[in-house]
Design a protein around this ligand. Structure first.
Ligand code: FCB
Length: 452
């Protein structure tokens, strides 16, 4: 296999930046959600987070020390285009200008995610993702972002984990905007995917016009998970298939096959929550992507459960006797190999990246702030091995990003869960690389050495 393999770290805007009301940024749905009593553990907010907005050069220097090839970060839509409409905001764009330049100066490839969940609140007030217009607003924002940064950035991810935006945000209410409306959630699924397609067109058109189509890589990142039936009983097989359909195929199929999976779309319509597809939408959503990003954390053994009164298929998880992270997620690296092999066989010809993988553990820092996180090191090693095993079996996997560069605001869990390979002391904002960061740096160096 001669394809280059990129090693990276990932973060997202709201989780690290802070500076929520500086330089013209307007509130996002996460600012509003954090201000809702009881929504986020400990009443935490992203108002300061890792103060990355002010400490960016130091954070890029940290990445350089780790020896990563690439940094995946997201743009805050309400910084770039306050209120989600109208012209770009030069002061907000200037931050990402500086970040991109700093990265290039350090020899690190910038990889931009346009949407990692911080929708301008003004757009939520206008209906949010359940409203079709939001997909068009997203394409306008993509145009502004590409015009500002496309001369230096070739890697563009439209959406991060639309499943989380739609299901956690609009169905279960655990993430911003905290709505609990399954019909709205299914509309959000479709409009997030439509937004992806429209933004992809905009970026490609602009890259073409500027003579930069060569080397451009546009794609989307999904959170995918291997769903394992608890037994061969038809009910368990059907439950696992439904779970796989709602979490994986509902996104993969329209993106990579140009059609929603019939079993899922049909059942959703029957349940009164249809996907609001209009003529031509699936061509937009299903246009070719250069990259499909996979965020992988765990897998699930699925057992059928009696359907509820509302008629929705139900299931329970069967606990396995394996290690669990501080999120209570089972550590199942072998399922990552299985997932990648399955993706490669069901969606041949796709280029894959692991755009997130990592773990929260109950870190304990010594007097110097150092964390001897053997557990996280073990997690990373096992998952990198599992990813490379799939690559060795022919999967076109081109890179791996550790989540996350540093501890940060873990959404509804606030600062209570630490995923970083670098510790952040939230009192002093001091950054101290953990044992897992040393491991990751050594692994990258060794892997690169092995390829020379
Ligand atoms: C993913 C998110 C990321 C982070 C990790 C732990 O679902 O994309 O922001 O919260 O989980």
């Amino acid at each position: 296999m001669t394809q280059k393999f990129l090693w990276g770290v990932a973060t997202s805007s709201y989780q690290i930046e802070g500076a929520v009301d500086e330089d013209g940024r307007t509130p996002s749905i996460w600012d509003t959600f954090c201000a809702t009593p009881g929504a986020v553990s400990g009443g935490d907010t992203g108002a300061v987070a890792c103060d990355h907005y002010h400490r960016m050069p130091q954070d890029v220097a940290l990445m350089k020390e780790l020896g990563v090839d690439v940094y995946r970060f997201s743009l805050a839509w309400p910084r770039i285009q306050p209120d989600g409409r109208g012209p770009g905001n030069p002061a907000g764009i200037a931050f990402y200008d500086r970040l991109v330049d700093e990265l290039l100066e350090a020899g690190i490839l910038p990889w931009i995610t346009l949407y990692h969940w911080d929708l301008p609140q003004a757009l939520e007030d206008a209906g949010g993702w359940p409203a079709r217009d939001t997909a068009h607003r997203f394409a306008d924002y993509a145009a502004i972002a590409y015009d500002a940064l496309g001369d230096r950035v070739s890697q563009w991810t439209t959406m991060n984990e639309p499943w989380c935006s739609a299901m956690l945000g609009y169905v279960h209410g655990q993430h911003a905007p905290g709505r609990k409306d399954v019909r709205a959630g299914m509309a959000a699924v479709h409009h997030l995917l439509l937004g992806h397609g429209l933004a992809t067109q905009v970026i490609r058109d602009r890259a073409d016009a500027a003579g930069r189509a060569d080397g451009l890589e546009v794609g989307i990142t999904l959170n995918l998970s291997h769903k394992i039936p608890a037994s061969d009983a038809p009910a368990d097989l059907a439950a696992a298939r439904w779970d796989d359909g709602m979490s994986n195929r509902l996104y993969l199929d329209p993106l990579l096959r140009g059609a929603y999976p019939e079993d899922i779309a049909g059942k959703l319509a029957e349940l009164g929550c249809p996907l609001p597809v209009r003529d031509g939408d699936l061509e937009v959503i299903g246009q070719p992507v250069d990259v499909l990003g996979v965020n992988y954390y765990t897998s699930r053994v699925v057992r059928a459960a009696p359907a509820g009164d509302n008629g929705w298929p139900a299931s329970t998880s069967v606990a396995r006797d394996v290690e669990r992270t501080a999120m209570d997620w089972e550590v199942t690296p072998e399922a990552l190999t299985d997932l990648l092999l399955r993706l490669d066989s069901d969606y041949p010809g796709t280029t894959w990246y692991i755009t997130e993988n990592g773990a929260a553990y109950p870190d304990v820092a010594d007097e110097n702030g150092y964390v001897d996180d053997a557990d996280r090191e073990r997690y990373l090693r096992a998952h990198i091995d599992a990813a490379l095993a799939a690559r060795a079996q022919g999967v076109d996997l081109r890179g791996y990003f550790a989540w996350s560069l540093m501890d940060n605001f873990e959404w509804a869990y606030g600062y209570d869960r630490r995923f970083g390979i670098v510790r952040v002391d939230y009192e002093t904002q001091e950054r101290v690389p953990k044992r897992s960061a040393r491991y990751y740096a050594e692994r990258i160096a060794a892997e690169k050495g092995a390829r020379c």
